[in-house]
Design a protein around this ligand. Structure first.
Ligand code: UDP
Length: 239
């Protein structure tokens, strides 16, 4: 039977750590290959895909502050780290047959195109996958917030947040064996129970605009494909 995707346009949020593998820093080539292949499955279904990638595998603003850097400077360094990851991911996707563009909130014109919303929309319509780099372009924000923002701008129907666990739990399932997994949560439940799905800025922006989120484990092969086909993977957060 032909597989019909549930969503026509999605925004995938990957943390920088998703590229790191077993190491403590940087980009693992075999992990990059795995992730690229997983995402390439969406192209065969003709799902229009935007991707926001973090930078935590290279540099985090708050870690920089702890080392004595000015917050704004440190955040700028963090955003530049996301550009490195975006280029790596775009290269990985290209290698697996997915034409990909990188649009950056920071202008680094000789390396990547600047983010222009209209450009993002036309690339998606033309079948390119678009990796959004440099977060929101502003300090004091996160790439989770950038993911919600870009999803709203491109009118994605859902945000897929790829994690290392298979959904949202009542407690850390590694530390607490009685932790239970939620299949569905409202935004309010996420806020009330203080569940760490995304930071508060990101969650409230999603809530205020009724943008659903799916949190699932991307290390499990085939999960992203299942998610886009509307099968139950992970935890759905919605209204
Ligand atoms: N960052 C920022 N503004 C943004 C997005 C990111 O200042 O809109 C900085 C911030 O310092 C953050 C770093 O970039 O620590 C890396 O992004 P993030 O921590 O969201 O990446 P992830 O944890 O998802 O890898």
């Amino acid at each position: 039977a032909e597989e019909v995707p549930r969503y026509r346009r999605v925004l995938l949020k990957l943390s920088g750590e998703a590229l790191m593998g077993p190491a403590a820093y940087g980009i693992d080539p075999s992990v990059l290959t795995f992730i690229s292949k997983e995402i390439a499955a969406l192209r065969r279904l003709k799902v229009e895909t935007g991707i926001v990638i973090g930078g935590g595998n290279i540099f985090r603003g708050l870690a920089g502050v702890a080392q004595g850097f000015d917050r704004v400077r440190a955040d700028q360094m963090g955003m530049l780290a996301t550009v490195l990851n975006a280029i790596a991911l775009a290269e990985g996707l290209q290698k697996h047959g997915v034409p990909t563009k990188v649009l950056s909130a920071y202008e680094i014109r000789s390396v990547v195109e600047p983010f222009v919303r209209e450009k993002a929309l036309s690339y998606l319509e033309e079948g390119y996958f678009v990796v959004f780099a440099a977060g929101t372009g502003n300090p004091y924000f996160t790439t989770d917030t950038a993911a919600i923002l870009r999803a709203l701008e491109i009118k994605a129907e859902i945000v897929f947040k790829a994690t290392k666990v298979d959904g949202v739990y009542s407690a850390d399932p590694v530390k607490d064996p009685s932790a239970k997994k939620f299949n569905f949560l409202t935004y309010e439940e996420v806020l009330e129970k203080n569940l760490r799905v995304m930071d508060l800025t990101a969650i409230t922006l999603a809530r205020d605009n009724n943008l659903p989120l799916m949190v699932f484990n991307m290390q499990e092969p085939g999960n992203i494909l299942k998610a886009v086909l509307g099968q139950k993977v992970g935890t759905l957060v919605g209204g």
